[in-house]
Ligand binder design. Structure first.
Ligand SMILES: N[C@@H](CCC(=O)N[C@@H](CS)C(=O)NCC(=O)O)C(=O)O
Length: 208
C-alpha cells in the first residue's frame, strides 16, 4: 500500500489525494505540517532531500517527489493518463505550464494570503507580480477551455487535476474568478466527476 506524505491545505498534495480518490486506490496518509518545519527534519530529508510534500512511498524505501510526477506514476495505464502520443505530450505541456506559470503565482499567493497569518504584509513586494502573472495564466486557461470541456483529449485527465488544485482556491487569495466563465464551468464539471473529493476531505490519518 502507498504511503502519502501530505498536508491538508497544500494544493500540490491535494492533487495526489484527488487522483487516488478518482482511481479508488487505498493509501496510508501521513500529515506533515510544513508550517512547523516537519518537512525539514533529518528524517524527512532522508526521504526527500527537497524537504517538500507531497511525497509518495511507492514500495518500502522507494519515494517519488513532485506532485505531477506522482500523478503520472499513480495514473499510468488508466484513462486519467492519456496513452496516445500527442495527448500524452499535451498532458505534459499543461502540467509543465501548471508548474511554471500557475503554481508559482496562484500557489504562492494562496500560501501567503490564505494560510499564513500576516502573510499579506510579509509578501507585499511580491503580490503585484503574483497577481499579474496569475491572471495571465488564468487567461491562457480560459482561452483553451472556451473551446473544450477539459484540457486534453476531451475527457478528465491528470492535466485537469494538476491545474484544478490551485485554480479552485484562487478566489481565496484575491483572484476574481468571475472574470473567467469557461474556467468556472470547468471547475464545476470537475466537482461533478464520480469519485471527486474536496480539498478538506481526509481518510483516517495515520500516525507519522
Ligand atoms: N514542485 C513541487 C512543489 C512542492 C511544494 O512546493 N511543496 C510545498 C507545500 S505545497 C512544501 O512542501 N513546502 C515546504 C518547504 O518547502 O519547506 C510539487 O509540485 O510537488
Amino acid at each position: 500500500m502507498y504511503t502519502l506524505y501530505s498536508m491538508q491545505r497544500s494544493g500540490n498534495s491535494y492533487k495526489v489525494r484527488l487522483a487516488l480518490a478518482q482511481l479508488g486506490v487505498d493509501y496510508r496518509l501521513v500529515e506533515v505540517d510544513i508550517l512547523k518545519g516537519e518537512s525539514r527534519t533529518p528524517e524527512f530529508l532522508a526521504k526527500n532531500p527537497s524537504g517538500q510534500i507531497p511525497l509518495l512511498e511507492v514500495t518500502p524505501g522507494r519515494f517519488i517527489a513532485e506532485s505531477n510526477a506522482i500523478l503520472w506514476y499513480v495514473a499510468v495505464g488508466t484513462p486519467l493518463a492519456p496513452d496516445d502520443r500527442i495527448d500524452r505530450a499535451e498532458t505534459l505541456q499543461w502540467m509543465f505550464f501548471e508548474q511554471h506559470s500557475l503554481e508559482p503565482n496562484i500557489g504562492a499567493a494562496y500560501f501567503w494570503l490564505a494560510l499564513i497569518k500576516g502573510g499579506r504584509e510579509l509578501q507585499s513586494h511580491a503580490l503585484e507580480d503574483w497577481m499579474e502573472n496569475g491572471y495571465r495564466a488564468l487567461g491562457v486557461m480560459e482561452t483553451h477551455l472556451t473551446q473544450r470541456p477539459f484540457f486534453v483529449a476531451d475527457h478528465f485527465t491528470i492535466a485537469d487535476i494538476a491545474l484544478y488544485a490551485y485554480t479552485h482556491v484562487a478566489d481565496q487569495c484575491d483572484f476574481d474568478l468571475s472574470r473567467f466563465p469557461a474556467i468556472g464551468a470547468w471547475l464545476a464539471r470537475i466537482a461533478e466527476e464520480p469519485g471527486y473529493i474536496a480539498m478538506t476531505w481526509q481518510p483516517e490519518l495515520a500516525s507519522a
